[in-house]
Design a protein around this ligand. Structure first.
Ligand SMILES: [Zn+2]
Length: 252
């Protein structure tokens, strides 16, 4: 029987005689996703992708990872934060959560952590650099699951937030939580500055100024079939990464 790889279901009895090679931390956000997706969309997507990738890495390569409970606290843009129940966590709060998880795992002898991020507004690189100073033997690898595989071959309309990519993948994993019949168009209103639109400079978009329905890409052509094809391609790449890092390390 497979070892238990999901901490939201595991009992101590399941794991007491197992040795785990690595841990996976899904990290999402709590925010509106157009009218048709749940607030916790980024958490559910990161969680399901993590579970599938850890199970595939075990079945393909017999390496054992544990998926930790997802963190639902994301960094939010202005405007979005004004909507009810949208929850913003500061850099310091997110860093404290990550640091405490690393400290816990480190004392338990688990020194490889993969963050599977589901929210575009989260940015962990500075935190990971800071933790590398304090924990030089602890490897943290960041994966933005939504950017692992190009969207073009799978979807008709490129996603930005709550569009075809996120909607399709959630329709695959959790069809009970998606109501496409109430979706808005996800119309994205660009900046006035063409240079900002072209990426010459960056500033967080005020969500109330860029979207009437909180979505910023059209989800109408979403389907569970598209989501399944895409999720499986993403999972295969992430499972391969797990295996390479765990079995061979990261340096020559
Ligand atoms: Zn999202």
């Amino acid at each position: 029987m497979n070892p238990n790889l999901d901490l939201s279901k595991a009992k101590y009895h399941d794991i007491v005689n197992e040795n785990y090679d690595y841990a996976v931390l899904p990290w999402g956000a709590t925010e509106p996703h157009n009218y048709h997706l749940p607030y916790m969309t980024d958490c559910y997507l990161a969680y399901h992708i993590s579970i599938d990738a850890v199970e595939k890495a075990f079945s393909d390569n017999e390496i054992k990872g544990m998926v930790l409970p997802y963190v639902p606290f994301g960094a939010q843009n202005p405007g979005q934060l004004d909507y009810p129940f949208c929850l913003h966590t500061s850099y310091q709060t997110q860093f404290s959560i990550l640091r405490d998880i690393v400290a816990s795992l480190d004392r338990q002898g688990i020194n490889k952590l993969f963050i599977v991020n589901g929210h575009g507004g989260n940015s962990f690189k500075s935190m990971i650099r800071d933790l590398a100073v304090d924990y030089p033997d602890f490897i943290i690898i960041l994966i933005d699951w939504f950017a692992v595989e190009p969207q073009e071959p799978y979807f008709d309309i490129k996603d930005d937030h709550a569009g075809e990519q996120e909607t399709s993948v959630l329709m695959y994993y959790r069809p009970d939580l998606v109501d496409l019949s109430v979706a808005g168009e996800g119309k994205r209103i660009p900046f006035k500055s063409a240079s900002l639109n072209a990426g010459v400079g960056w500033t967080p978009r005020n969500w109330k100024r860029v979207s009437p329905d909180t979505g910023t890409a059209n989800p109408k052509k979403s389907s569970a079939e598209k989501g399944e094809r895409y999720a499986k391609a993403v999972v295969a790449k992430i499972a391969k990464l797990f295996a390479e890092v765990v079995k061979d390390g990261i340096y020559q």
